[in-house]
Design a protein. Structure first.
Length: 441
């Protein structure tokens, strides 16, 4: 079946048997209690998913299969002459649960290169959209156009044993990940570079080739893409894009349909679109202050004005984290290494000094610290990518690594259709009056 597929099957069979045994012995045990505020306010903190690929700790931040971002930067294979981890290595880790060696990563790079052909009808579908269409809309439409290539959809229609679902989902996931950089780069060149497209370079790694097809040959930018694609790949299963992909996949929608749904969630301003909002806000800050690199005191006054107008400071706060996002820290380190004197990057650092104390003083903010979105745009602008509407597409290409690895595990575990129970306001009132105790089916 292929080296990686064989290894995944070996791992998945063993873990599926282990999960079955856990449920047999402990399926009736309660994890915790749900509060009424959790029911009404986005189900925050309710444990209701199993996601193998990563785990988010409020204090430590994201860990991929138990490894922190600094550990991955040290342990994952790197491109020749490079110092940032290759995203192929992270995908291998998330999928298989083992750190890959150089040979494993080179094999995965070659597999994705072989699977990267995009049918002409996908480009034609993109071209049918107005060029003014938001890049994320073009991206999702292109993914839907790719769905014609789904092996899972074809095999399921022909009759597929549920024990074999994972294999076609695996193949679709590998194909989709391989094709996404080509599709995303095509959208970028179409919208911002007058349709002057660049053919793939089969000698480059996945992220390096993506940078090349967008038109960025600078080695620093290729290194940034390797870091960016690694740190944005996954954030456990409860975030909107991951949960949506999982939810739609639970209906046995194929990976193309499931991932497209997840990308529609990523396009929301409270999720992936936030990186676009951050850089837009910083541009507005600099313009209003009339200073390319405003100092901390100027920023403090601007932030106070922003908050007094009932607005938020984009890039600050997180639903789970209660400290500075390690992904933000990784980007700070990249900036100090590659562009320590860049005015925009220094502005991001000055904002970091100014904002948390202000938010803490309000007494209402659980997490006043920056998340991953607070920094990424400034690094991209340094290398000339000023088209901030496209930033969420970069996020989407990266997020495919985590959510599709998770989707393979969902099918390997045989997870059923996801169907939580909902209640009405009337039922809540009856319960509060002690007249109704029925909360589940």
């Amino acid at each position: 079946m292929g080296v990686i597929k064989d290894k995944f099957k070996e791992k998945a069979d063993a873990m599926a048997a282990e999960v079955k045994e856990i449920l047999k012995e402990h399926g009736d045990k309660k994890i915790g209690e749900v509060t009424l505020s959790q029911v009404y306010q986005g189900m925050r903190g309710i444990t209701g998913l199993v996601t193998e690929t990563s785990l988010l700790d409020a204090q430590e931040g994201i860990r991929f299969r138990g490894y922190s971002i600094p550990e991955l930067q040290q342990k994952l294979p790197k491109a020749t002459g490079g110092s940032e981890p290759l995203p192929e290595g992270l995908f291998y880790l998330m999928l298989v649960g083992e750190l890959p060696n150089d040979e494993d990563v080179q094999h995965l790079t070659s597999v994705w290169q072989r699977r990267s052909h995009v049918p002409n009808h996908v480009f034609a579908t993109i071209e049918a959209l107005p060029v003014t269409t938001h890049p994320m809309t073009q991206f999702v439409v292109a993914i839907m156009a790719l769905q014609t290539e789904s092996q899972f959809a074809k095999k399921y229609a022909a009759g597929l044993n549920k024990k074999d679902y994972w294999e076609s989902v695996f193949d679709d996931s590998m194909d989709l990940i391989a094709r996404l950089p080509r599709v995303a780069a095509y959208i970028y060149r179409r919208k911002y570079k007058k349709g002057d497209h660049i053919q793939p370079n089969g000698l480059l790694d996945w992220a390096g080739n993506f940078a090349h097809m967008m038109g960025y040959e600078n080695e620093g930018f290729q290194e940034l893409m390797r870091l960016y694609m690694t740190i944005h790949a996954d954030h456990e299963g409860g975030n909107v894009s991951a949960h949506t992909t999982h939810l739609v996949g639970s209906a046995l929608s194929d990976p193309y349909l499931s991932f497209a749904a997840g990308m529609n969630g990523l396009a929301g301003p409270l999720h992936g679109l936030a990186n676009q909002e951050v850089i837009k806000w910083i541009f507005e800050l600099r313009e209003e202050l009339g200073n390319e690199c405003p100092d901390k005191d100027q920023i403090i006054e601007y932030v106070k004005k922003t908050l007094s107008e009932g607005k938020v400071v984009p890039g600050y706060g997180h639903a789970v984290l209660r400290k500075t996002d390690p992904r933000f820290t990784a980007q700070v380190e990249f900036g100090k290494k590659h562009m320590p004197d860049d005015p925009l990057v220094k502005t991001v650092w000055n904002i970091y000094e100014a904002v948390p104390p202000i938010l803490q003083s309000l007494g209402k903010v659980k997490n006043p610290w920056p998340n991953v979105d607070a920094h990424s745009g400034a690094l991209l602008v340094h290398y000339g990518m000023k088209e901030y509407e496209f930033y969420t597409v970069l996020f989407g290409v990266s997020r495919a690594l985590g959510v599709l690895a998770s989707l393979c595990w969902d099918r390997a575990f045989g997870f059923p259709l996801e169907r939580p129970k909902s209640i009405t306001n009337a039922q809540v009132k009856l319960w509060l009056e002690g007249k109704d105790e029925i909360w589940g089916e």
